[in-house]
Design a protein around this ligand. Structure first.
Ligand code: RNT
Ligand code: ZN
Length: 420
């Protein structure tokens, strides 16, 4: 990287944007203030620490066996630290209940978890001055037999209700310790492979179970509840109890946050179009930014059209206090650090790009119903010197440019990952 060239390109780019009335320097500042919650589970293929060799169940799958996955909490946190060193700005980390740590001989089941089992995560986050988010882990466990909170079996249901109640208290403790509300996201895989004869009963049970999960009032200054829908999972292709309509209704009725996962809808149905509607009726949204590819909902986030459309909506709505941005994907077939860094940076790039659109001209054209001008402006925006602004942002934040970070990751792979 030639620093002089980056500076010169930035200067020219700022002038070009200024001609259109866009303040590129202000956009850079703004994007750096937006925290993104990085999901810890990309680092170990969603295995967790309870039984890392156990099967991943619940209709989600990691495919691939790329060497170097994190096997211990120290390895995972070390990998996250390294990934974060290549991501501009300050972010959050999203942890699942299955990443609990136990003192020797003190292992407990998921219905007995407490904040003490996440002490190392909390201390680490505190030292880094970052926030954390949390999730009950309602899959990959012997008590998940295809059903959990929507189970007809009271014992199964009660176990998962207790687990979810534990996670809410853990989330509250995390939020209190770190001085930033911790979003606790409930997702369950419950569903059926083939056409159900009764779609209603599991949903009625699920509503009752969730009411029990959320009965205890906890302080929203420290924790926020969110619920996540999904259209289908592997082995639950025909029906999921927790569908979009179910959780949209639940979140509106109970005023919880609603999680929108980009990979959880029909292939041509996009979450970018849902944000402005949902925000009218729920107190907030948790985004699971992901990339669906055919039947898989969890490919690494890249700067594609839907990613940009999501970011455009976020910027245009400008309600970052109500929208929590998190990533959710897992690719076990490539270097996992690169998967994190690429997704986080793509999220940031899309936000920056969205902030650099000729907003005023676009709105003017639209108001006049001059849709040809609007289309021409959108096309013109794509050719603006966005890359020069991004490079300068990276350089000033002391992180490597897009063209350079992979060499650093390769070094880490040779020195650290390949030794596992
Ligand atoms: C699964 C959901 C859920 C999980 C994570 C691990 O389809 O998207 O959010 O990916 O909780
Ligand atoms: Zn998700």
């Amino acid at each position: 990287m030639n620093q002089k060239n980056v500076d010169a390109a930035f200067q020219l780019a700022c002038e070009r944007y200024a001609e259109l009335g866009i303040d590129a320097k202000a956009a850079v500042k703004k994007v750096l203030r937006i925290p993104i919650s990085m999901h810890c589970w990309q680092g170990d293929d969603v295995r967790g620490f309870e039984n890392a060799d156990g099967d991943l169940t619940g209709g989600i799958q990691t495919t691939g066996n790329y060497p170097g996955r994190a096997r211990t909490p120290e390895e995972l946190r070390g990998d996250i630290d390294f990934a974060m060193s290549m991501i501009p700005g300050s972010h959050r980390v999203n942890v699942h209940a299955c990443y609990a740590e136990f003192a020797p001989g003190k292992r407990v089941d998921r219905d007995q978890l407490g904040p003490e089992h996440f002490k190392n995560w909390i201390d680490w986050a505190k030292a880094k001055k970052i926030g954390m988010d949390f999730n009950p882990t309602i899959f990959s466990h012997p008590k998940f037999n295809g059903w959990s909170l929507a189970s007809r079996d009271k014992k199964t249901r009660d176990f998962w209700i207790k687990h979810t109640q534990c996670t809410r208290r853990i989330a509250e403790a995390i939020g209190k310790a770190l001085g930033s509300p911790c979003v606790n996201n409930v997702w369950i895989p419950d569903g059926m492979k083939d056409i159900p004869a009764d779609r209603a009963t599991p949903r009625a049970i699920l509503e009752e179970s969730l009411d029990q999960c959320f009965a205890e009032k906890l302080n929203p200054k420290y924790m926020l509840d969110s619920v996540e829908a999904k259209l289908f999972g592997i082995g639950a292709e025909s029906y999921t109890a927790g569908s979009h309509e179910f959780y949209m209704g639940y979140a509106v009725k109970n005023q919880t946050l609603l999680t929108l996962d980009a990979g959880h809808f029909h292939p041509t149905e996009v979450i970018s179009d849902k944000l402005s509607s949902c925000l009218l009726f729920v107190p907030g949204i948790l985004l699971h930014v992901s990339r669906g590819v055919r039947w898989d909902s969890d490919h690494v986030v890249i700067l594609n059209d839907e990613q940009l459309a999501i970011a455009q909506e976020l910027v245009r709505l400008n309600q970052f206090n109500r929208i929590h941005i998190g990533l959710d994907y897992f690719d076990a077939s490539i270097n996992r650090i690169c998967a994190w860094v690429t997704g986080m940076r793509a999220m940031q790039k899309s936000l920056l790009m969205a902030m650099l659109e000729p907003r005023k001209q676009l709105l003017d054209a639209e108001k006049k119903e001059d849709y040809a001008t609007r289309m021409a402006l959108f096309e013109a925006s794509k050719m603006l010197p966005f890359g020069a602004i991004w490079d300068k942002l990276c350089m000033d934040e002391d992180v490597l440019l897009d063209t350079d970070f992979m060499a650093e990751i390769k070094k880490y792979e040779a020195n650290v990952l390949s030794k596992r």
